[in-house]
Design a protein around this ligand. Structure first.
Ligand SMILES: [Zn+2]
Length: 230
């Protein structure tokens, strides 16, 4: 059996050979004192293992569905994700322009290193614009972000790495952007994005949680004091 899919190794949209499939079902149960446990729904997983006829490499896909999410016409929607080759999950907090550029970089990472490097550069340029810095090049802009305290100095030290990346990528000979360099650049980019977009809201979440703890503690102390006074 074959299915038309995009191979994330070579980038070809092609008839991929389905080599194997495995289905797995997990029930969700609740407990009733009289009846005992009873099933209230189920989660379904299906793993599909494909081989690309162009590059001969493999893809592992996961299809997920569950009985808790059924459309009004009775259909059970299936979400599909590629587990291998690995594509880093996008950060949900990214502004749409930054997100699109970052996703483009992720998509081509196993396909074309130079194009991936250009997409990484675009991602960082868009982030700088979103953060309101306007230097003459990416290096200057990242320096400004560091001066404004939006990224820590250690990340700005790293930015010399990507200083000329766009030019290098545009004029690179094949093979110059090897997997190792691309992986390092993507890691660097994901750390910066996480620092700028995800970390502030994570810290706020922790602060909110800590303040509810303090409030609860204060309420308890007040309650105990009242008891003492009685
Ligand atoms: Zn392929």
């Amino acid at each position: 059996m074959t299915e038309v899919k995009v191979c994330l190794h070579c980038g070809n949209k092609t008839q991929m050979e389905l080599i194997n499939s495995h289905e797995h079902e997990e029930g969700e149960f609740e407990y009733d004192d009289e009846q005992g446990p009873y099933q209230i729904g189920a989660y379904f997983e299906k793993y599909n293992f494909y081989k690309c006829p162009v590059c001969n490499r493999f893809t592992l896909e996961l299809e997920e569905s569950n009985t808790f999410y059924i459309e009004s016409n009775g259909a059970m929607p299936v979400t599909t994700k590629i587990l291998y080759p690995a594509i880093e999950t996008s950060l949900s907090k990214l502004p749409s322009g930054v997100k699109a550029a970052y996703q483009a970089a992720q998509k081509v990472r196993n396909i074309d290193g130079a194009i991936c490097a250009i997409a990484i550069r675009r991602t960082l340029e868009k982030m700088c614009k979103d953060q309101g810095v306007t230097g003459r090049d990416l290096y200057t802009k990242l320096k400004q972000l560091s001066e404004k305290g939006i990224i820590p100095p250690i990340l700005d030290e790293m930015s010399f790495l990507i200083k000329d990346i766009g030019n290098q990528a545009a004029h690179a000979d094949e093979g110059e952007f090897d997997e190792h360099l691309i992986n390092s650049l993507l890691k660097f980019t994901s750390i910066i994005l996480e620092y700028v977009y995800a970390l502030p809201s994570e810290i706020k979440k922790i602060q909110r949680y800590m303040s509810t703890l303090t409030e609860e503690k204060e309420e308890k102390v007040i309650g105990e004091n009242r008891k003492d006074g009685e």
